[in-house]
Design a protein around this ligand. Structure first.
Ligand SMILES: Nc1ncnc2c1ncn2[C@@H]1O[C@H](COP(=O)(O)OP(=O)(O)OP(=O)(O)O)[C@@H](O)[C@H]1O
Length: 253
């Protein structure tokens, strides 16, 4: 699988009303790799994902997907181009069954294709598959997150944007989710992930990007960062260096 650029932010400025969160942000994420977004609370990590998913329009700069400028495209267009977003928290219809939630996830595909793909997606998640006709709210937190990922996979996305998947999950379930993301990336999917569980996330990531005040302050191979004896200081408090993100990060190492 060639590791060429899939996602590129080029000098992007984006924010909410008059408040700019991304400040001339530039970075690249390679196809078939996991890029981990790090940085302190409020640095703009989720805003990167939202901008890429069309929830925010860049005020300046370019957001490129496979070289095509998709800045300002609608979510429908972005879904059709193969971008799927798994936001933070719970995003299921709790009073609908697992199967119905998947059906809704495939709404842009049409029912025939959706029904063909549901069994294929459920094969990734045996526990969820067993409970296909249970209400989504009756699943455990981990199963619900797996179902959300499954719903995104129905689209056979080329890019998955995933925001803090480990929140509320036990360490074992987190490992399952991470292993699945690794498997998807190895099969060619590009994963852009925000995750506070830094050490575990670095272990399955290829590249780490750190933001501070909406600017890139570090981009390094994940394995290199993991092996850095200063990692604790970099993410739990310490002095600035030219190649390191700042002191105020609140990530869990
Ligand atoms: N809908 C919104 N309207 C206005 N401001 C917002 C909105 N969403 C986020 N912000 C602000 O944008 C800034 C960046 O938020 P963002 O969620 O991108 O940060 P983050 O790096 O993901 O932080 P965290 O680690 O806390 O999730 C924050 O100051 C936040 O308060």
């Amino acid at each position: 699988m060639p590791h060429d650029t899939c996602i590129e932010f080029n000098d992007v400025v984006a924010g909410y009303k008059d408040f700019m969160i991304l400040n001339n942000l530039s970075f690249k994420a390679r196809r078939g790799s996991i890029t981990l977004l790090l940085g302190p609370n409020g640095a703009g990590k989720s805003t990167v994902l939202k901008t890429l998913f069309g929830l925010l329009k860049p005020r300046q700069g370019k957001v490129l997907l496979d070289g095509e400028d998709v800045g300002g495209a609608s979510q429908k267009e972005l879904l059709a181009k193969g971008i799927a977003f798994v936001p933070q928290g719970r995003n299921l219809f709790g009073q609908l069954t697992v199967f119905q939630n998947l059906e809704l996830g495939g709404i842009t595909l049409g029912m025939k294709t959706t029904h063909e793909r549901i069994p294929e997606v459920l094969n990734f998640f045996p526990r969820v598959k067993e409970r296909m006709h249970s209400m989504a709210s009756a699943l455990s937190g981990g199963e619900q997150k797996q179902l959300e990922i499954g719903r995104a996979l129905l689209l056979r996305p080329k890019v998955i944007l995933i925001d803090e998947p480990s929140i509320g999950l036990s360490p074992i379930v987190v490992q399952d989710v991470f292993k699945l993301l690794r498997k998807l990336a190895d099969a060619g999917t590009t994963v852009l992930m925000v995750e506070q569980n830094v050490k575990s996330a670095l272990k399955i990531s290829d590249e780490a990007i750190a933001l501070e005040s909406g600017r890139l302050v570090l981009q390094r191979p994940a394995s290199e960062l993991l092996a850095d004896p200063h990692i604790e200081r970099l993410f739990l408090g310490g002095a600035h260096t030219t190649s390191a993100p700042a002191a105020s990060a609140t990530a869990t190492i």
